[in-house]
Design a protein around this ligand. Structure first.
Ligand SMILES: [Zn+2]
Ligand SMILES: [Zn+2]
Length: 209
């Protein structure tokens, strides 16, 4: 699987375009349906089959309705963050994002799999930053997309509506305890690896054994 990263929108949330060996693609967190995203899709993919949202904040979902219109791909989000997409919980007004409220097409739960073409991703529920925060795991390549749950050396804020520090710590523990090393593609800033974070992440280092 090829992964293209595009920081989009005012808050520069990382949007990822995932392209399977057969050319079919999924887009993770389109914060804006920007021209650069559209041309990347046209040049590098044989079509977008899924729009995958790690959580319901505006900087990650702002471009989802326009991208759905463009590609016909269904929007997928965890059940507990579905309400975010048409309410103030998305923080759209707070961060200056302007998009029409929308509903997702497909609601995800922990342990679900999502597929596009021949590629399969696993859904891991990692609440805390929001109640419906999820990570998408590509087991074949040990690559995961952590949204605003785990960042390089730090973790997502929990002071937004419905955030929970206790839940976030439990979710970081779940990620820490995944078997093996993983490439971690977070919702902001640079990529890292799970082994690096096990050693150097401020929050992971403070978890119990
Ligand atoms: Zn974010
Ligand atoms: Zn967020």
């Amino acid at each position: 699987m090829q992964v293209f990263k595009l920081p989009l929108g005012a808050l520069c949330a990382n949007c990822y375009v995932l392209v399977g060996d057969d050319g079919t693609a999924a887009v993770v967190d389109p914060g804006a349906c920007a021209a650069e995203l559209v041309s990347l899709i046209r040049e590098k993919t044989a079509g977008v089959k899924k729009i995958l949202l790690t959580h319901g904040h505006a900087d990650h979902i702002g471009g989802a309705p326009a991208l759905r219109e463009l590609t016909g791909a269904p929007i997928c989000i965890h059940t507990l963050d579905d309400a975010f997409t048409d309410s103030a919980l998305s923080l759209a007004a707070d961060c200056g994002y302007d998009f029409a409220p929308f509903k997702a097409d497909c609601l995800l739960e922990n342990g679900d799999t999502v597929t596009f073409g021949k590629t399969t991703l696993r859904v891991l529920h990692t609440p805390g930053h929001t109640p419906g925060s999820i990570c998408f795991l590509h087991d074949a390549d040990n690559v995961l997309f952590s949204g605003d749950t785990l960042f390089c050396r730090t973790a997502g804020r929990t002071d937004f509506p419905r955030g929970s520090y206790e839940d976030l710590m439990r979710s970081l523990e779940t990620l820490r305890d995944l078997p093996g090393d993983w490439t971690v593609n977070p919702g902001h800033e640079r990529a890292t690896t799970l082994d690096d974070e096990r050693k150097r992440n401020f929050f992971m280092r403070r978890l119990g054994k």
